[in-house]
Write a protein that binds this ligand. Structure first.
Ligand code: AMP
Length: 220
């Protein structure tokens, strides 16, 4: 890889960000940094951070900017991310977070922001079928004909519905996305780093579009 790729993945909950970021990270050999997964791991381990955010996550609210910024600043300062770059998934989620990230990344700026575009009406169906490994966070899709008990293919732990994938929390998170996160599209298009990728289609079709977009970045 000629340069390190520092990428932000934007997109509604249920647009497929998690699944696609895992694939992109494997393909391009960069770490996938999911802030939601970092928080869920803290909750699983019952750390002080985990205890302080559990209720916020379960209600589908946003964790405060200060805590999120310090988590991300620490993570992107680690060797793997400094050397190879990273794919940020779930951060920034507010204009305040984006402005802080601009400061933190002044020396090594973000070079691409992808808006994985799927309309609100379409993500609702995906979210109600979403399942995740309780331990490693791997994503699955329920078909109605699933193994019982359902074990994760990667680590063998139970596959369950996320605690925040209830209808009320889903609807609240989508409202928050429109109010707080959608304005980031203007923030980044003003910096000429924004690329919109159509998130409709099979996971393979969407991955092919994303791969092309990232390869375009590497050729720049
Ligand atoms: P996600 O896995 O990205 O859907 O995130 C799950 C939950 O973690 C969100 O609903 C928020 O409660 C919290 N969260 C994750 N990232 C952020 C962030 N950047 N800012 C605030 N809260 C966040």
């Amino acid at each position: 890889m000629p340069h390190s790729a520092r990428i932000i993945m934007l997109g509604r909950q249920g647009a497929g960000k998690g699944t696609q970021c895992v694939r992109l990270a494997e393909h391009f050999g960069v770490p996938h940094i999911s802030t939601g997964e970092m928080l869920r791991a803290a909750i699983r381990k019952d750390t002080p951070v985990g205890r302080s955010v559990k209720k916020v996550l379960d209600a589908g609210e946003l964790v405060n900017d200060e805590l999120m910024i310090s988590l991300v600043q620490g993570r992107i300062g680690e060797d793997d991310a400094r050397i190879s770059g990273y794919i940020l998934d779930g951060f920034p989620r507010t204009v305040g977070q984006a402005q802080s990230l601009d400061h933190i990344t002044e020396v090594r700026p973000i070079n691409m922001v992808i808006d994985l575009d799927v309309k609100r009406e379409l993500v609702l169906e995906r979210l109600s079928a979403r399942r995740a490994c309780e331990q490693c966070g791997a994503n699955y899709v329920a078909t109605g004909n699933d193994p019982n008990p359902w074990k994760c293919e990667k680590c063998g732990s139970p596959v369950v519905q996320r605690a925040d994938d209830t209808p009320a929390a889903i609807s609240h998170r989508l409202d928050l996305y429109d109010a707080m996160t959608a304005p980031l599209i203007d923030h980044y298009s003003a910096k000429s780093v924004l690329v919109t990728v159509d998130g409709l289609g099979t996971p393979d079709e969407v991955f092919a579009r994303l791969r092309l977009a990232v390869e375009g970045l590497q050729e720049r």
